[in-house]
Design a protein around this ligand. Structure first.
Ligand code: SF4
Ligand code: SF4
Length: 395
C-alpha cells in the first residue's frame, strides 16, 4: 500500500519501519500537503528499459550527492523505482544509504551501481569480484540489477578479458542481472556500442543528454535504443545553474521540470536520473513524470540557454583541449567546479580535484595568453574560470 508524505513521515517517526536513521527527521520542518497535492508527487509513467524486461520510472533517482536515506525512501514512496549509485559516490556511502533505505522493498526497486577501472593495465578479475561483492554488502542485497563499468571514454576497456570474465561470472551466478557502461564521451562510445563485438556486454548505457549538449547525439541514441539497449540520461539540467540564478526562481514554471520534460520528450530515452538530495527535489522532479513538453517549458529552456550558455562547460566537450600547450584537464576541472558551485557537492569536488594529477592542473595559466578561450566555441572565459576553480578547490 502506498503512503503519502504526511503518513509516511508519521510512520517513520513512530519507528514502525524500524530504521535507525529516522531520528534525524524533524516533523515540523515539513510542509503539510493536501491529498490532491500529494497525488501530483507520484510517478505517472514507467518505460521498458531496452530489452532487459525491466520497467523503470521515467523520472528516476541518481544518488551522487545523497546525504539522507529518508529522502530516497520518500522517492520510492512517490513511485520512483530506479536508483543509480556508484562505488565512488561519497566514498561508498551512497551505496550504504541505498541499502539502508530500500532493503525491505528490494524486489520492488531496480538498483544500478558502477565501478571505475582507471588503469586498464591493472584490471584483475579477482579484484573486480571483490569490489562488486563489497557493493552487494553495502547495498544489503544478493544481486545488482545493473552493473555498469563507470565513466569510460572508449569501449576498448570492455575488451579486457579479466573484466569480461569477472562480469560474466557474476552474471552467471545471478549476482548481476545486466551489464553496460556509463560515459561522458557519447559521440565515440554510443557509436562503438553498435558494434557486434559489444553486443553481449552492453545491455544498458548511462550517458549525458540535455538541451545544451544532446542534439548531436540524437541519431546515435535512436540507433542504440533500436538495438534493444536501455538508454538512461544523466546531467539533464545542463549545468544545474538555476539554483544560483535568481531569474530562475519562479513559482509558475520550474526550470528543472522543463529540462526533465525536454529529455523525456525523446522517445528513445527510457528514463533520466536526477539527483534527489532533498524532499523538495523529490516532489519537484517527480511532478514532471508522464507530462508532455509544453510551450512554457521551451520558453524557460531558451531563457536558461541565453543566461548559461557561455558559463557552462559542456561535460561531453573536448573542443579546446588540443589548444592547450600544457595539457590542462580543462573540462574535468570545470566539471569539478560545477559540482562545487551548482550541485552542492563541496567536499566531493575538493576530493576529486585533489586526486587529479598535478601536471593537469592550471598551474601555468596565469602566464598564458589563453589559447583555450579562443578555441571554445561557446565563449566561456576559460582561463579565469580555471584559475577561480583552482582557488576554491585547493585546500
Ligand atoms: S590558459 Fe591554461 S588551460 Fe588555457 S591554454 Fe593556457 S595553459 Fe592551457
Ligand atoms: S571550455 Fe568550452 S571548448 Fe573547452 S571543454 Fe568547455 S565547453 Fe568545450
Amino acid at each position: 500500500m502506498g503512503i503519502n508524505r504526511r503518513n509516511f513521515l508519521s510512520v517513520f517517526t513512530s519507528g514502525i519501519l524500524g530504521f535507525g536513521f529516522f531520528k534525524n527527521l524533524k516533523a515540523n520542518s515539513y510542509q503539510e500537503r493536501s491529498g490532491e497535492e500529494t497525488q501530483s508527487f507520484k510517478i505517472k509513467k514507467y518505460n521498458p528499459l531496452g530489452n532487459t524486461g525491466l520497467k523503470v520510472s521515467d523520472v528516476s533517482c541518481g544518488a551522487i550527492s545523497l546525504f539522507n536515506p529518508n529522502v530516497l525512501r520518500y522517492a520510492y514512496e512517490c513511485g520512483v523505482n530506479y536508483f543509480d549509485t556508484a562505488e565512488s559516490y561519497l566514498r561508498t556511502k551512497s551505496e550504504t544509504f541505498i541499502g539502508q533505505a530500500l532493503k525491505d522493498v528490494r524486489e520492488k526497486v531496480i538498483i544500478t551501481t558502477k565501478h571505475a577501472y582507471r588503469d586498464k593495465e591493472k584490471i584483475e578479475k579477482s579484484s573486480i569480484i571483490k569490489r562488486i561483492e563489497a557493493s552487494l554488502r553495502r547495498l544489503q542485497t544478493d544481486y545488482i540489477d545493473i552493473a555498469l563499468v563507470h565513466n569510460i571514454d572508449d569501449l576498448s576497456t570492455l575488451k579486457n578479458e579479466e573484466l569480461l570474465s569477472a562480469y560474466y561470472q557474476l552474471r552467471k551466478e545471478g549476482k548481476i542481472r545486466f551489464t553496460g557502461f556509463s560515459t561522458h564521451n557519447m559521440k565515440v562510445t554510443l557509436k562503438q556500442a553498435l558494434d557486434d563485438d559489444y553486443k553481449d556486454f552492453v545491455q544498458v548505457i548511462l550517458f549525458i543528454y540535455n538541451h545544451l549538449e544532446g542534439k548531436e547525439i540524437e541519431p546515435l541514441i535512436e540507433k542504440v535504443r533500436k538495438r534493444g539497449i536501455g538508454t538512461i540520461a544523466m546531467k539533464v539540467f545542463a549545468g544545474g545553474k538555476q539554483g544560483n540564478l535568481k531569474k530562475f526562481i519562479s513559482k509558475k514554471v520550474s526550470y528543472p521540470q522543463a529540462a526533465i520534460r525536454w529529455v523525456l520528450s525523446n522517445p528513445y530515452i527510457d528514463c533520466c536520473i536526477v539527483t534527489m538530495s532533498s524532499y523538495s527535489h523529490v516532489e519537484e522532479y517527480v511532478a514532471s513524470s508522464g507530462k508532455p513538453l509544453q510551450r512554457a517549458d521551451l520558453k524557460i529552456i531558451s531563457k536558461y540557454q541565453r543566461e548559461v550558455s557561455s558559463l557552462y562547460c559542456r561535460v561531453s566537450c573536448d573542443k579546446c583541449l588540443s589548444s592547450c600547450p600544457n595539457n590542462v584537464a580543462i573540462n574535468e576541472i570545470l566539471r569539478y567546479g560545477m559540482y562545487f558551485e551548482d550541485y552542492g557537492m563541496e567536499k566531493e569536488a575538493v576530493r576529486y580535484y585533489a586526486e587529479l594529477e598535478e601536471k593537469k592542473k592550471p598551474l601555468l595559466c596565469s602566464n598564458c595568453p589563453g589559447y583555450c578561450e579562443r578555441a571554445c566555441p561557446y565563449g566561456l572565459k576559460v582561463k579565469d574560470r580555471l584559475l577561480n576553480v583552482h582557488e576554491i578547490l585547493t585546500v
